[in-house]
Design a protein around this ligand. Structure first.
Ligand code: ZN
Length: 451
């Protein structure tokens, strides 16, 4: 069979948490993993493709459970909410999808998006007209009248590119049914939001009955719910109402952790965005006080996350890729580093969170996320040992092979350079040092300085 691939000589880290196995062969055929070890060597036909992985690590493709491929790397909320057009955003998201796959991410949950682009992008990838990771997609984020992180930028009613304001039980039910009609895999709700007049951090902007309404309606239609929860009360109520996956869970206290454990909700802390701001903010002129705020949120939250991990809560890795501070294709694997550095995860546990556990976000448990016989053949070959240094997964020069659905991805043909479309950028925001890209490379800095 000509479509088979035999990867031999590498150390297999299979994503289940089992110990690494040096010198183990993996045979892929028909888009699946058909054999490992001696059976793989024995079954491989002479005309099948051979990849010599000696000295390298063979592991499942990464699963990023928190991306925003349609956002266009905005430097602020104004840009995201009011300066995007549907058709251009669709094309840009297709361009972005390639970058994600090349970074070694073979699956993503894109939980909320501009318009309904996420579902359409997912379908375009599945139909083969766009190259990208396999996707699960949500639609526009549901918000109450109080809005989400954009505060008063959320209109009192109606729909922006990004959000839909739902008022009362009927609207919640109907909006969820509408999104499901158009193909979403997940419903995304913003359970905390900023109320500018109150100053201070995000507050819970949904009551418990509303959260129950959302979960019951979605679950009746076999659809899962993911919630943005930037404080403890929101995390507690979301879990009790039946939310399946909680993003951030910032400042989760013991009561909220108890609720998460009881409900069996999964957590996706998404520290990468905060970590990038904390580490690189000074370079772009953020005040030391502000950097302390970011660092404090990580430190306080991480302590409880470590406790949750020890108690058996399932953890997924998510990068919040899609903003100016988390450019597409660049930082997907940083979350593993954050788990190890701040949450007391071993590199092995971090890899399990980024592979096997991610299958939950894809609603493909037992299908993706591990290297086992019969699984879908999403495989990375990494030049180095991520168990010794998990940051190696952030180094694109160390990603030797990305295989999705049993097919090798071209990692060498350059992706065309993107020039900014001026109408997508907000000048006064982009010139503010805090919202500038963190300029991880000269190239990215250059890109932003054109605004
Ligand atoms: Zn997000």
């Amino acid at each position: 069979m000509a479509d088979g691939i035999l990867i031999s000589g590498g150390t297999v880290v299979d994503g289940t948490g089992a110990a690494a196995r040096p010198g183990e062969a993996v045979l892929l055929r028909g888009g699946r993993i058909v054999a490992l070890g001696a059976a793989a060597l024995a079954q491989a036909a002479p005309d099948e493709t051979r990849i010599d992985a000696t000295g390298k690590t063979v592991m499942p493709g990464l699963i990023d459970a928190h991306t925003h491929l349609t956002f266009g790397e905005p430097t602020g909320n104004d840009e995201l909410f009011h300066h995007r057009t549907e058709a251009y955003s669709s094309m840009l998201s297709a361009y972005n999808a390639r970058k994600v796959l090349r970074a070694g991410v073979t699956s993503v949950l894109d939980a909320d998006c501009l318009w309904n682009i996420g579902c359409e992008l997912r379908d375009a990838i599945e139909s083969g007209i766009v190259e990208g990771p396999r996707m699960r997609a949500g639609g526009q984020a549901l918000m109450t009248m109080l809005g989400g992180t954009a505060g008063r930028m959320i209109a009192d009613e109606g729909t922006t590119a990004y959000a839909t304001v739902v008022k009362g039980r009927d609207m919640m039910v109907n909006e969820i049914r509408r999104q499901i009609k158009y193909g979403v895999d997940w419903i995304k709700i913003m359970v905390t939001g900023l109320i500018p007049s109150m100053k201070g951090p995000e507050v819970k902007v949904w009551n418990f009955d509303e959260l129950r309404t959302v979960c019951d309606t979605a679950h009746d239609l076999n659809t899962k719910v993911v919630a943005h929860c930037r404080n403890s009360a929101s995390t507690r109520d979301a879990a009790r109402a039946g939310v399946d996956l909680i993003y951030h869970a910032s400042y989760m206290d013991d009561e909220a952790l108890e609720a998460v454990l009881e409900a069996g909700s999964a957590l996706c802390p998404t520290f990468t965005l905060l970590g990038n701001l904390a580490d690189y903010g000074a370079k772009v002129g953020s005040s030391p006080e502000l950097l302390e705020v970011f660092r404090a949120e990580i430190a306080v939250t991480a302590k409880q996350m470590a406790k949750a991990h020890a108690a058996g809560v399932p953890f997924l890795t998510g990068s919040e890729t899609g903003f100016a501070v988390t450019p597409v294709g660049e930082w997907h694997a940083r979350e593993l580093e954050m788990f190890v550095e701040y949450m007391d995860f071993s590199p092995m546990d971090a890899i399990v969170a980024a592979t096997r556990n991610g299958a939950f976000a894809m609603r493909m448990e037992g299908e993706v996320g591990t290297l086992e016989e019969g699984r879908i053949a999403d495989v990375l070959v990494v030049d180095g040992d991520p168990l010794a240094d998990v940051t190696i997964l952030q180094d694109k020069t160390a990603i030797a092979e990305v295989i999705k659905d049993g097919k090798r991805i071209d990692l060498t043909t350059p992706i065309p350079e993107q020039k900014l479309r001026s109408s997508d950028q907000v000048r006064f925001l982009a010139s503010c040092p805090l919202t500038r890209s963190l300029a991880f490379t000269e190239e990215q800095l250059e890109k932003l300085s054109h605004v």
